[in-house]
Design a protein around this ligand. Sequence first.
Ligand SMILES: [Zn+2]
Length: 276
Amino acid sequence: MPKFNEYLTLKEVQELLPTEFSPTKLIDKIQKLYESPKGIILFKEAKIKDSNESQYGVKKETVLNYKVSYVCLTVGFNGILLIPSELLINYFDENDTSKFGNGRSELKVHIIGDRFILKGRKTSSEFDLTCYFIPNDFCDYVQASPIENIWQEAKAFTDYEIQYREGSIRLRHESKIQKERIARIEDYTCQICGFHQSYVNSNGKTKYIIEVDHIIEKSQGGGENINNLLVLCPNCHAKKTYGVIKINSDYSIEDENGERKLLKQNRHLNLKGEIA
Ligand SMILES: [Zn+2]
């Protein structure tokens, strides 16, 4: 994950929040409590340390006394964790959390790959917070990072154990940043036809007309590991989706006429390897 020695500003956090969580009124400036249609939200910022963890001081009393519904933690520049308060109260109750001054309890979030784990004193009281994570837009970061770093991060990525998160709606759990990394490695170029087209968006930023697809579909258990992603233009993507062209297990293409073709461009797929 990207590490920045800073964290998102409150304004940037507000832009990431789903609309039903949009803060409407500041209730307490010092403790950063806001009213929202989903109840009261407590904000806490922290940057990511070299040890790949971020640390927050939260008062259990504040959460209880103000009837806080959600605690919003800024994880460096990566994004935010929007955590239901009950989960944190359970955590505080189960753990003899070390106290900072002023009755604040310590929350330590460990970043392991693309996962976020709240580690308790007892291993049984670990909480996986990944499903509460709302990522920042990673495009700028991926475009600006040295390509060696992007390669390292892309190779190190392992798939989520749970590909879907269950809840009131069944949501696909996928790593947008990993797809962005693979697009950068392939220089935002279609691996099948070589299409490459940039444009400048309304914010003056350079973007690309490019898509990243799973070789083995998500529904068939395919994830975002480096050998399961293919960089495609919208046209080739549609042909693949509708079965007009096919990708073989050796990453060769069966084209519209049923003829076997090699990928026009490939930097990241290991052609010797099987599709895992
Ligand atoms: Zn194409």
